[in-house]
Design a protein around this ligand. Structure first.
Ligand code: AMP
Length: 598
């Protein structure tokens, strides 16, 4: 079998025939990256030739790259939004895709404060499934014996709505877990989960998490890997255990299921799991009642070989906490994906987080790369940007990812900045550098500078009657606690010392900021409980001038100095924190309801 190059590692042969086929597929796709890309583009353009969108640009049936690049513009979500809204409102004509739109995926990226809606088509599920099917064959090259136990994965669905045209609008993972691809997946000894489908598919996050944790505890010795999609999700599970271990051990001791779990299908399936096991209950009580939770993951699940969580991008902030709870277990970042398109996988999943590179699979979509120059918008009227093809990117350079998908996005800017680190065959490998314009992120929320500015303005209105204004501010994503929370440092100027805002007013300012943050932030706060109350730390007058002095002492230009709107550098944090005069937390939850689609 000519599956050599990922497999030229000293890792031994594929674990089974099915794996060999998957690895062979990776080899074929990556060896022929450029021709696969050419075919993908031709297929997309052929099938969608009669769509309103492509007709608009007079491709006249051309399916080649040159014509495509010369006639079709690069776009952002905002450019497409009027068309997407028509589809959402029920227009079934072929607007972007010739295939019928089957549902909308709600991205964690927002536009005007609301989740972006991505129209998708049925067959995209097959493409996502295909990428998932490649993950374990690669992992099996690096970790042996994964067929001898199970994976404890904390997986959740989220609430969904319907568009006015009647199609579901929901996150991509909710769509996937609810699909037959997931629910009726064939048995695969390398991919057995401790969580029953009934628990994963329960819309109530407490009941879902409780049941998944209970199953994980019962099967503690069988668990070989522990995971969630993102690092923040796994830490939330640990926090859940901290808060609920007494009830969980009570269930294990008595062999009953907590009455708070009311979902009938969970109760039904758990009759096959729950049994009295006082010895296990004693063990878990002993471990969880210790003050020190260091290495709790390996203490409770002693056979865990690795954590399966994404710790690249914004999630890198959680690495120290994960290391603390797991005693430094390897953290496998297996794939890189979005609502718009699943992009690729990590062919060396046991590498260090700082070395993670994702290989974009050329069959998933047509990929182009906009050379990334900091501070440039990428294009001007006079010189349209030159996009580079997948096979032509250069090692060491940074690019913004631009995709053309089967579902009908054409030259769409995803907003991710990637750096080329190498090639696997002729397919480039990318380090995820960052998402453009994201200042703060705790979970799936992404807050940009404009949103933060608007939130500060909104909140500072409450200070007017006290003749007080916010003269400077900056922010920090505090992930020392679980869940993490936003910290906003405020320097205030009061013109009337006898009438300064009370603690209560400043608490209301916290809430006012939360109210004006985007719907993903508010959903994380309200429905997922994955972000804690926003905190305002008032710093004493002159602090931001000291911050500037510090930056200048480190070489910043006095003329060009701008207050950083987000900070994370330790000496700066220390400076700010040493100047705090009072701190205030949001006293209640902001408004959030599943979005109504006009
Ligand atoms: P969403 O559309 O809500 O699914 O979010 C997709 C975005 O999440 C991507 O465009 C990336 O910015 C981020 N993302 C997804 N996978 C990874 C990963 N493996 N590492 C870092 N960021 C990721």
């Amino acid at each position: 079998m000519a599956v050599d190059s990922i497999l030229s590692s000293p890792l031994g042969p594929p674990a089974c025939e099915k794996d060999a086929k998957a690895l062979q597929f990776i080899e074929e796709m990556t060896r022929n990256a450029d021709s696969v890309q050419e075919n993908v583009l031709a297929q997309i353009l052929t099938r969608n030739a009669q769509t309103e969108y492509l007709q608009r640009y007079n491709l006249n049936g051309a399916t080649d790259r040159d014509t495509f690049k010369s006639k079709i513009p690069m776009v952002t979500y905002e450019d497409l939004q009027p068309l997407i809204q028509r589809i959402a409102n029920g227009d079934r004509s072929p607007i972007l895709s010739a295939h019928p739109v089957s549902e909308f995926l709600t991205s964690s990226g927002t536009s005007a404060g609301e989740r972006k809606l991505m129209p998708t088509i049925k067959e995209e599920l097959d493409r996502r499934q295909l990428l998932y099917s490649l993950l374990m064959p690669v992992m099996n090259l690096y970790v042996k014996g994964l067929d001898k136990g199970k994976g404890l994965y904390f997986l959740f669905i989220k609430s969904e709505t319907k568009t006015p045209g009647g199609l579901p609008a929901r996150p991509v993972l909710t769509s996937y877990y609810k699909s037959d691809h997931f629910k009726t997946r064939p048995y695969d000894p390398y991919n057995v989960y401790t969580s029953p489908n009934e628990a994963i598919l329960c819309p109530d996050s407490f009941q879902s998490m409780y049941t998944q944790m209970l199953c994980g505890l019962y099967e503690r010795k069988q668990v070989l890997r522990v995971g969630a999609v993102f690092a923040s999700g796994l830490l939330r599970a640990i926090r859940f255990l901290q808060l609920n271990w007494q009830q969980l051990t009570e269930d294990i001791r008595t062999g009953s299921l907590n009455p708070k779990v009311t979902d009938p299908s969970i109760r039904e399936c758990m009759t096959r799991v729950v049994r009295p096991d006082p010895e296990l209950a004693d063990f878990i009580t002993k471990e969880c009642s210790k003050d020190n939770w260091e290495r709790i993951i390996t203490r409770i699940w002693p056979n865990t070989k690795y954590l399966d969580v994404i710790v690249t991008g914004a999630m890198a902030q959680y690495i120290p906490t994960l290391d603390y709870y797991s005693g430094g277990l390897p953290k496998a970042c297996t794939m890189y994906a979005s609502s718009e398109c699943y992009f690729g996988l990590n062919l060396n999943p046991m590498c260090k987080p700082s070395e993670v590179s994702y290989t974009i699979m050329p069959n998933m979509a047509y990929f182009e790369f906009l050379p990334h120059e900091p501070n440039s918008t990428g294009s001007t009227r006079d010189s349209p940007p030159r996009l580079v093809d997948l096979a032509d990117v250069e090692i060491g350079k940074e690019y913004e990812l631009v995709i053309t998908t089967y579902a009908g996005l054409y030259r769409y800017r995803v907003g991710d900045i990637l750096r080329v680190t190498g090639f696997h065959n002729s397919a480039p490998q990318f380090q995820f550098v960052r998402r453009k314009n994201v200042l703060l992120s705790i979970d799936s929320d992404k807050t940009d500078e404009a949103e933060l500015q608007a939130a500060v303005e909104n909140a500072s209105r409450l200070l007017r009657e006290f003749n007080t204004s916010v003269v400077e501010y900056t922010s920090y994503a505090d992930t020392k606690t679980i869940p993490g929370h936003y910290v906003i440092y405020w320097e205030l100027l009061g013109k009337d010392s006898g009438n300064s805002p009370s603690d209560q007013v400043l608490e209301q300012c916290c809430l006012a900021m939360e109210e004006s943050l985007n719907s993903v932030y508010r959903q994380c706060r309200v429905a997922d409980n994955s972000i804690g109350p926003l905190e305002i730390r008032v710093v004493r007058n002159g602090t931001f001038e000291e911050l500037m002095d510090y930056a200048i002492s480190r070489g910043a230009s006095i003329n060009q100095y701008k207050v950083p709107r987000c900070v994370s550098f330790t000496p700066i944090m220390e400076l700010l924190d040493s100047r705090v005069v009072s701190s205030h937390f949001s006293p209640s939850l902001p408004q959030w309801t599943p979005e109504r689609r006009r």
